[in-house]
Design a protein around this ligand. Sequence first.
Ligand code: PLZ
Length: 452
Amino acid sequence: MSIVETSVAAPLGGPTLPQERRLVTAIPGPRSQELLDRKAVAVAAGVAHTVPVHAVAAGGGVVVDADGNSLIDLGSGIAVVTIGNAHPAVVAAVQAQAAQFTHTCFMISPYDSYVAVAEALNRVTPGDHAKKSALFNSGAEAVENAVKIARKHTGRQAVVAFDHGYHGRTNLTMALTAKSMPYKSGFGPFAGEVYRAPLSYPFRDGLTGAEAAARAISLMEKQVGADNLAAVIIEPIQGEGGFIVPADGFLPAVVDWCRANGVVFIADEIQTGFARTGAMFASELFGIVPDLITTAKGIAGGLPLAGVTGRAEIMDAAHAGGLGGTYGGNPVACAAAVAAIEAFEAEDLSARARAVGDILVSRLSALRAQDARIGEVRGRGAMVAAEFVVAGTTEPDAALASAVAKACIAEGVIVLTCGTYSNVIRFLPPLSIPDALLHEGLDVVAAALAAN
Ligand code: PLZ
């Protein structure tokens, strides 16, 4: 019998769910375990999971599983449901659009919601220059297309990405991604003409922003050559790499160098975008205006959609028919994005992200003051992380990060790890989480740390 048929009646999702942590079985409970057994047989082993529960509903700040457990969500499905899972405006927009039509292919016959998303992206992204957008299905696909556009515009081929960078799992984006295991190992050969520059990682390199920028620029000049370089791509705050916030001045110096040398500066805001960092886009926090910006994740409240937005003259470099894809800018996903972007603005979710961030930083900093195994607490807005080290050193402690994360999950709190050295726990709660639940989640984190 299938797990769905044997499940307890699925509670309604979205904001109607009781906002509580509730454990009625061990994690995983028997119904989740049944699904995990089926998954192991039916789904390729490469598609792993970190939280062993079978989700049946989610909303506000909780995920409810098939056994009736209610877990506090401090991960938002990797920074996707920033506005809250099953946000009522997104649900209504999806239902209305799905009843109207589900697909025409925008390259065959265009429709309004795609154009509306492009207009909204052009309006809400940094800079007041003329902009255009193109829509795709996933973050990786947006990154691939940003590189295609930059190459066509410049007539150059090389691309520079950074240490600790993450840009996706497709062939070009694997080449751009820094970390081998699990993203790249055994999957080569990778795309050519990709070069890696050193980042600014204040906790580990002790450099000022200007010094770190000079180091990166020297590599670009000496090992690549500006005349060969189409684009520089960087996450304003590295996500998968460990929530690394560059030192002040690093990003502006890199942008200035790009502009002086005709290199397209691409900000990958797939994880940082849409109010996550306390601004609509993290670029604003660093005072930079990217030439191109890639978006996905938070854009559509959980529906798969991604975008490339940027200077109109760069975006228009690709010939008619040069960009597209069967599903890119699917009408249901676009309707969701229109509703989500409205909610970001109407609910002032950037302010909410800053308030959530204040709670995260003050609670985690208090923990750090008592426990030298937390080397650094860092982040912006509701994108905050704790980096674990061997006390008194900067030596990464991946085992501790993993043990604490596992203990939190067992106690009904979803936390995610990240980092090149796998020693970082990151906090990305949905902005719809009630403050009391966020505090309870952090109490569980504190207890898990004390017990390990
Ligand atoms: N660029 C900055 O964060 C996706 C990946 C999780 P896709 N990050 C989560 C995993 O293990 O696959 C991401 C990102 C940045 C690009 C991407 C890629 O976005 O929508 O996963 O393709």
